[in-house]
Design a protein around this ligand. Structure first.
Ligand code: 6PG
Length: 226
């Protein structure tokens, strides 16, 4: 895999503007949105000019890299957050939600059938302070699954079922874009990018074997360990 692109931004506004520009460039056929809180600011930007009219929302396949096993109107729903900050504001025509409200293994099977046959054009990724990405958490069963694209993953650390794309599915994405902000992520960023390889403990390290390109957009706090 080629060396990752790493860009450090002095302020988060510049980071999210650059992320919106990269989204416009790369989100052509399909994109997998990340969850958590970081992408909120990106979604707000994409929902307004000058970015809104530069995305072919009616044709773009919108997927998720992971979802909490909760209903779509639950405050923890990644879909719910994207709906509030983006999908209710753009003419999205091809939205494929992970159904967090049904039995997790059934939801994972269903989502495997919804993903496009070809690799995702863009996988937006966040990073936890424990080096998880999507819902590939340290020392969880999902890390060992190589014959599926999506899996239900019991995550004891957060005491809940999650749905997540698998390691090989993430690795086959054409472009992986990490958006990471905050000093509290600095150690995880350093370990994932430059630390000794131990993907069981630091799952986001699996992008070292990515087939496509990998980009890190970091603010100065998240980059302070590099
Ligand atoms: C999730 C996310 C997860 C997230 C990281 C970072 O469902 O929680 O997909 O992988 O990207 O936990 O979350 P924050 O952006 O809230 O720090």
């Amino acid at each position: 895999m080629p060396e990752p692109e790493i860009r450090v931004f002095d302020n988060v506004d510049a980071l999210f503007r650059a992320a919106a520009e990269r989204f416009v460039e790369r989100a052509r056929g399909s994109v997998a949105l990340s969850g958590g809180s970081t992408p909120r600011a990106l979604f707000d930007l994409l929902a307004q000019e000058p970015y809104r009219d530069h995305v072919n929302w009616t044709e773009l396949g919108i997927y998720w890299g992971d979802e909490r096993c909760v209903p779509p109107d639950h405050p923890d729903s990644n879909y719910g957050m994207a709906k509030q900050h983006l999908l209710d504001k753009v003419p999205a025509g091809k939205v494929f939600r992970m159904r967090g409200e049904i039995e997790p293994h059934l939801a994972a099977d269903e989502y495997q059938r919804l993903l496009p046959p070809e690799p995702l054009d863009l996988a937006l990724q966040g990073l936890g302070a424990n080096s998880h990405t999507a819902s590939l958490f340290p020392h969880t069963d999902a890390l060992k699954i190589t014959d599926r694209r999506v899996v239900a993953n019991w995550v004891a650390e957060v005491n809940m079922w999650r749905l997540t794309i698998t390691v090989p599915e993430l690795q086959r994405a054409r472009h992986i874009l990490f958006l990471v902000t905050g000093q509290e992520k600095a150690e995880a960023v350093r370990t994932v990018i430059a630390g000794p390889e131990d993907p069981e403990a630091y799952p986001a390290q699996v992008v070292r074997q990515a087939q496509g390109s990998v980009t890190w957009f970091l603010d100065s706090g998240a980059a302070s360990g590099l």
